[in-house]
Design a protein around this ligand. Structure first.
Ligand SMILES: *Cc1c(COP(=O)(O)O)cnc(C)c1O
Length: 491
């Protein structure tokens, strides 16, 4: 650990008796309320005791040891880490929204339900779907919800033999995981050398035991599946449904719609395409859309608009049940709707095109030094297979760490699993040409240094707060709690 940059924990700064504020007398402290003895703690909690300036400096300095899209470029492939406009936060902070309680009656939250329903209708229009639910909390949760809808659809037709879900080998790991959670057996579909689905392999696996094919389009190598009409036809001819993993919707936003490509069920990651931040595992949302004919299978509860223009909360007729408490992550919906309204239809289409242009610009500017296994043009992201010159032994992990020293977040590495040294870059539409150029310059410099002085790259990072953590130990024997010993503390 780099001691100079390492900031102590707030508990390590603590000095007994030091205080940063004075609290009013607690009105229940003198026994005004009697709690059962077994609920009372034996001794006071160990809380840090620090002065106000120490507290402010501690958190301000800690915040600058972190990296986020607000501090720098974050080219994380398959995750669409775009900048989140601050106006979205301002909208959620308004008391009419932030003071709501989920248990309020529908007639007391008509405005909130209007926001909810309006977002569902916009997403249906954007995705080319008949109906949407906002309930799921994340992309993976959306996948699970979508697959439960598909399961319910087949069961409602008495078709109980459809136990398999087909997943391309380039898919995000959540796809097979969600299918397993929904009770399906997973069958992998092969990719062609250009990263798209192998139609012959797909056809050979389609039969009356298949419930659905899950697809990401453009896929995780950034390639658009040109044979999507043939794929949709083959899947439907076998009586199965086509599921769209919408985490990669950003590049086709306002340009193409999954519903028009033949998809039956889809999810959207609001925390990716619709700029609602989810850093650090914070609240997300994975709304799910369905084509006409599948509306009745959506999860409960569902918001509907009554003939008199008011909004009600009810349950779809053949719903498979609930996936969330209440109606989901409401604050996330407000941000997504604010984003859609400030962008407008033209703005959303421009975002998709710009994301694609930016990715192609970086790809072309680096492919003489980095190995490009799938020649473009790409959509929002692309994958390098490490450096072209493999003689120095510099790996993708080394490159990622060298980028941290140069002020950039690392791209996604070692995913997808199609290549040994995968380095997956997604710049998004929100970066300026100057930012892209400075990233390209850093990547070129790393590639050149890896030839002239490979050790300098292999030993990176040199300037981050934490330099060389024990990666195997962190995975095999993680220490997830902080141990406090009375007033003295240990790590
Ligand atoms: C991010 C992502 C997911 C999962 O979304 P979460 O919200 O992280 O659960 C699924 N598929 C793809 C292609 C993704 O990029």
């Amino acid at each position: 650990m780099n001691k100079e940059l390492y900031s102590p924990l707030i508990f390590e700064l603590s000095q007994s008796g030091r205080t940063g504020c004075r609290l009013p007398d607690y009105k229940y402290s003198s026994g005004a309320v009697s709690l059962p003895a077994e609920l009372l703690r034996g001794e006071a909690p160990t809380l840090p005791e620090v002065s106000e300036p120490s507290l402010v400096r501690h958190y301000t300095n800690s915040s600058t040891n972190n990296f986020g899209v607000d501090t720098g470029f974050y080219p994380l492939g398959s995750c669409t880490m775009k900048y989140n406009p601050k106006v979205n936060e301002a909208m959620v902070g308004r008391s009419g929204i932030s003071d709501l309680h989920p248990a309020q009656s529908a007639d007391s939250v008509q405005g909130a339900l209007r926001i909810y329903r309006t977002l569902e209708l916009y997403l249906a229009e954007i995705g080319g779907m008949a109906e949407f639910t906002l309930n799921p909390f994340a992309g993976a949760h959306g996948e699970y919800t979508g697959l439960m809808i598909i399961r319910q659809y087949h069961l409602s037709r008495g078709d109980e033999a459809r136990r398999k879900v087909l997943v391309p080998d380039s898919a995000h790991g959540t796809n097979p995981a969600s299918a397993a959670m929904a009770g399906f057996d997973i069958v992998e579909v092969k990719s062609l050398p250009d990263g798209t689905v192998d139609l012959d392999d797909l056809r050979s696996k389609l039969d009356c035991s298949v419930a659905a094919l899950m697809m990401t389009n453009p896929n995780t190598t950034g390639m658009f599946e040109h044979s999507i009409p043939e794929i949709a036809e083959a899947v439907h001819a076998a009586g199965a449904l086509l599921y769209y993993d919408g985490a990669n919707l950003n590049p086709i936003l306002g340009v193409a719609r999954p519903g028009d490509m033949g998809f039956d069920v889809m999810h959207i990651n609001l925390h990716k395409t619709f700029s609602t931040p989810h850093g650090g595992g914070g609240p997300g949302a994975g709304p799910v859309g369905v084509r006409a004919g599948l509306e009745a299978f959506l999860p409960a509860p569902h918001v509907t608009c009554l003939p008199d223009g008011s909004f009600a909360v009810d349950e779809p007729a053949d719903s498979f049940g609930r996936v969330s408490a209440w109606l989901g992550n409401f604050a996330v919906y407000v941000k997504a709707l604010a984003y859609i309204l400030t962008m407008g239809a033209d703005g959303l289409a421009a975002a998709g095109r710009m994301a694609t242009l930016n990715a192609n610009y970086i790809m072309h500017s680096l492919k003489d030094l980095y190995l490009l296994p799938i020649a473009g043009p790409c959509k929002h992201e692309f994958v390098f297979d490490g450096l072209r010159d493999k003689s120095t032994g510099v790996t993708t992990l080394n490159i990622a760490k060298a980028l941290l020293d140069r002020g950039f977040h690392a791209p996604t590495i070692y995913f997808p699993l199609l290549f040994h040294e995968a380095l997956m870059i997604e710049p998004t539409e929100t970066e300026t040409k100057e930012t892209l150029d400075s990233f390209i310059k850093a990547m070129r410099e790393i590639a050149e240094t890896s030839l002239s002085d490979p050790e300098a790259i292999k030993s990176a990072p040199h300037h981050t707060p934490v330099t060389h953590p024990d990666e195997d130990g962190a995975a095999l024997d993680p220490v997830l709690t902080y141990r406090m010993l009375c007033n003295s503390t240990t790590l």
